[in-house]
Design a protein around this ligand. Structure first.
Ligand SMILES: Cc1cc2nc3c(=O)[nH]c(=O)nc-3n(C[C@H](O)[C@H](O)[C@H](O)COP(=O)(O)OP(=O)(O)OC[C@H]3O[C@@H](n4cnc5c(N)ncnc54)[C@H](O)[C@@H]3O)c2cc1C
Length: 392
């Protein structure tokens, strides 16, 4: 049987691993750099169909048990009045809920923690991965699903840069039980937007940290896009209370106090009451820097790049984990059908390059409409979440 090694044991790597194993396509091992199971990151995720497909079809999980559905898209104005509302269903889950379920579905003996890929020898028929602890392993195919900061991408495509979008996402979660009943109900029945000068914030309900989707036990999550000039303004934000600079995200509890106070003051001064109250109630907000990364190649003999290791799209389509999962689904489909690794990889690369480039183009436009041009229009379909197209 074909032997596949997957580098990176997050949503992209685990989805591909489960699929290749369950469909009898390959023997799979996952190598994750972290020494312990991954922790809560990213809080809520828009849970698009490709991201949930494996859990529904193979793990036989009822999606209503692991995600929260909203039935409306709602926009507020500064006075807290509803200015636009339409019926539209979205599902939301959390990064942790999805990660834990995928991990439970995979074989724990083949999920290897504390294994950081540092080098490889690639050939036309096999690849040997070399890890920081001195171990090595040989596969027919190595899938690099090592995320936004992918060292594999940097090594394979040294000229590809991570382009800073000009803004970061401030994120936070508040327990439904910490909000008064009226506010809780208003913020959990819809996805709620407030769009203002060179900024926008969206609010939606997600499962609790232990995965509960019971009303009253869930969390309300926000994502607030804010512009920061590259240079000292951004670097001050990205240097945490511990003095450490992080280029991708600053985790909960580490943002400097003056930034947290400033964000809460801006929310109070400029946002509708409901959303300002939510931001104010957030204990430990955190940030993720928004980047665009686009590649022209995903396959390098017997190595391929999957998920954020290939394309990183701005989060406005809520499609990052769906794209990572879709890369895995398409690869599994082709390997199963073609029964030839090189032919499958060639076909896969051309399909997934198109998907990645389209998503980058679409999400860049949405971001620019909000953060630069101030001409966001809730009635336009282009602002809907979706992987393949807006709304799909
Ligand atoms: C603000 C924001 C909001 C978002 N909202 C959504 C949303 O609503 N819906 C959605 O679907 N997506 C969303 N995303 C995107 C989503 O989080 C990512 O697209 C998704 O997590 C990518 O998954 P991945 O498996 O490719 O990479 P990652 O989740 O980044 O995982 C990479 C893994 O590789 C490991 N690794 C790295 N280097 C090595 C190495 N050398 N050796 C071994 N292991 C290594 C890392 O430890 C990590 O576990 C959002 C992103 C941001 C920034």
């Amino acid at each position: 049987m074909v032997k596949v090694g997957i580098i990176g044991g997050s949503i992209g790597g685990l989805t591909a691993a489960c699929l290749l194993r369950d469909r009898g396509i390959a023997e799979v091992e996952v190598f994750e750099r972290s020494h312990s199971e991954l922790e809560q990151r990213g809080a809520g995720i828009g849970f698009l169909e490709p991201a949930s497909r494996y859990l529904k079809a193979f793990a036989k999980i009822d999606l209503d048990d692991i995600s929260v559905k909203t039935q409306k898209i709602r926009y507020l104005d500064r006075q807290n009045d509803i200015t636009f509302e339409k019926g539209h269903t979205y599902r939301f889950s959390s990064w942790t809920t999805v990660y834990k379920l995928l991990l439970r579905s995979f074989d724990s003996n083949s999920y290897k923690l504390g294994q950081e890929l540092v080098d490889w020898e690639n050939g036309s028929k096999a690849v040997t991965a070399k890890f920081k602890n001195g171990e090595s392993a040989t596969f027919d195919l190595m899938i690099c699903a090592d995320g936004v900061g992918s060292d594999s991408r940097k090594k394979l495509l040294p000229n590809v840069l991570s382009n800073y979008s000009g803004y970061v996402a401030w994120r936070g979660i508040v327990s439904e039980s910490d909000l008064d009943q009226k506010l809780r109900e208003r913020l959990s029945e819809a996805i709620t937007y407030y769009v203002f000068a060179n900024s926008h914030i969206l609010v939606y309900p997600i499962p609790s940290l232990d995965g509960s989707v019971k009303k009253g036990e869930r969390l309300i999550n926000f994502v607030w896009y804010r512009n920061y000039a590259e240079g000292s303004e951004l670097s001050d934000l990205l240097t945490g209370e511990d003095g450490k600079y992080r280029s991708i995200s600053v985790p909960p509890g580490l943002l400097k106090e003056h930034h947290v106070l400033e964000a809460k003051a801006v929310a109070k001064a400029r946002m509708p009451r409901d959303i300002a109250n939510l931001v104010d109630a957030t204990q430990n907000p955190f940030i993720q820097v928004v980047y665009d990364v686009s590649v022209d190649k995903m396959v390098f003999q017997r190595i391929c790049l999957l998920g954020d290791a290939a394309f990183v799209a701005r989060p406005h389509a809520a499609a990052g984990s769906a794209k990572a999962a879709e890369d895995g689904w398409q690869l599994a489909n082709l390997l199963e059908k073609q029964k030839d690794i090189d032919k499958s990889l060639k076909m896969w690369e051309s399909m997934q390059l198109r998907l990645g480039k389209d998503l980058i183009k679409r999400t860049r436009l949405i971001g620019d409409r909000s953060q630069v041009y101030n001409n966001w229009n809730p009635e336009e379909k282009r602002f809907l979440f979706g992987l393949h197209k807006a709304g799909e």
